[in-house]
Design a protein around this ligand. Structure first.
Ligand SMILES: N[C@@H](CCC(=O)N[C@@H](CS)C(=O)NCC(=O)O)C(=O)O
Length: 351
């Protein structure tokens, strides 16, 4: 998705503020990661305030004054406080992106994105997070518990829907560019990595998930998530590396020089054949030089939509920069503990 500000690359009038947006959250929490990614991908400065759910930071008077639901994430934008991840990104899009910051060039496309966002949060995340992953990870509920079994049924139908409908003929769920719907869906999907759940029955979902992981800032936002997944499942989730930039064509004179070098090499080789070196290795050990050169490149094909980080929106230059600088504050790695996973214990959705 890269930069969504203004619909086009960093539109001149639509800019994030110079001050940092304060994000109260937990780095492994899926909705926190969705908001954090949204902020970074759209050029906002972020000041992360770690909320440790295991210590009840979300139940303090101070926190519930910001969010009476006692849940992360919450943002503070100057004097404005917003909770609920979808409400947060909509607020930011309306305030700083003239409503266009969620992807989609017109009302029809934006409405398609809204549809997926609603489905992702009310149905997909409920099955996947609240009925399958959280109960097993935070409350030690076994996989054969009826709630988990039913949740998994729903989750599998959602993966089928993604595979056969949303991703049947496009790279991302709402078209060939990533939108905020991909961010939310992908952070929810990432939760199955805590269980090392096998996604191979849905190959298009697997490919899409890899593509979203290559979007700007995914890797840094998911550091704690990867560590937590490894701790819980014994397997570190794959983080694909971005494709290497194509090497520039050598200039004419370099080509010529290269040609001369090759000639010299050939001459040396001919000489070598005539007079074998005393310490030469036996023939069957020797690896022909050509074998290296002719090896096909195994780099992944560059993602069509991948955008360099430099394209990100810059903060408005008519405001003073925030003290926080443009790097997100380093947050402590926190882990939810089973006894504090109220949602899982209560076996009811958070919403
Ligand atoms: N619908 C909310 C869900 C937020 C949510 O469930 N947050 C969890 C962490 S992932 C939380 O704060 N749980 C604490 C609790 O329920 O006490 C959103 O999208 O922001």
């Amino acid at each position: 998705m890269g930069n969504l500000i203004g619909g086009k690359k960093g539109g001149a009038t639509n800019r994030p503020p110079a001050h940092a947006i304060v994000l109260h959250g937990l780095t492994i929490s899926a909705p926190t990661r969705a908001v954090w990614l949204y902020l970074l991908q759209n050029g906002f400065k972020v000041e992360m305030k770690a909320i440790d759910l295991t210590k009840g930071d979300n139940k303090t008077e101070e926190f519930t004054a910001m969010n009476p639901l006692g849940k992360v994430p919450v943002i503070q934008d100057g004097a404005t406080t917003v909770y609920e991840s979808q409400a947060i990104v909509r607020y930011l899009a309306k305030k700083y992106c003239q409503g266009k910051g969620l992807g989609g060039k017109d009302l029809a496309e934006q409405t398609k994105i809204d549809e997926v966002m609603c489905w992702a949060t009310t149905s997909f995340y409920m099955d996947l997070g609240y009925h399958v992953v959280y109960p097993q990870i935070f409350a030690g509920i076994p996989a054969d518990n009826p709630m988990v079994v039913n949740g998994e049924k729903g989750m599998r139908s959602s993966f089928d829907l993604l595979e056969k409908h949303y991703l049947a003929d496009k790279n991302f769920v709402c078209g060939n560019n990533a939108t905020v719907a991909d961010i939310f869906l992908a952070v929810y999907v990432s939760l199955v990595e805590w269980l090392a759940y096998d996604l191979s029955p849905w190959p298009k979902v697997v490919e899409w998930f890899r593509r979203v992981k290559l979007e700007p800032h995914w890797k840094e936002v998911h550091e704690a998530h990867r560590a937590f997944s490894k701790e819980k499942s014994g397997t570190e989730p794959e983080q694909p590396e971005p494709p290497k930039p194509a090497e520039p064509e050598p200039k004419a004179e370099e080509k010529a020089a290269d040609g001369d070098e090759k000639k010299d090499e050939k001459a040396e080789a001919a000489e070598g054949e005539a007079k074998p070196a005393e310490d030469a290795k036996p023939a069957d050990d020797a690896k022909p030089a050509e074998a290296e050169d002719t090896k096909p490149a195994d780099d992944p094909k560059p993602a069509e939509d991948a955008k360099p980080a430099e394209e990100e929106a810059k903060p408005a230059d008519d405001e003073k920069p925030a003290d926080g600088g443009d790097k997100p504050a380093v947050v402590e790695d926190q882990h939810l503990k089973p006894e504090d996973a109220t949602a899982a214990k209560d076996e009811k959705p958070a919403e």
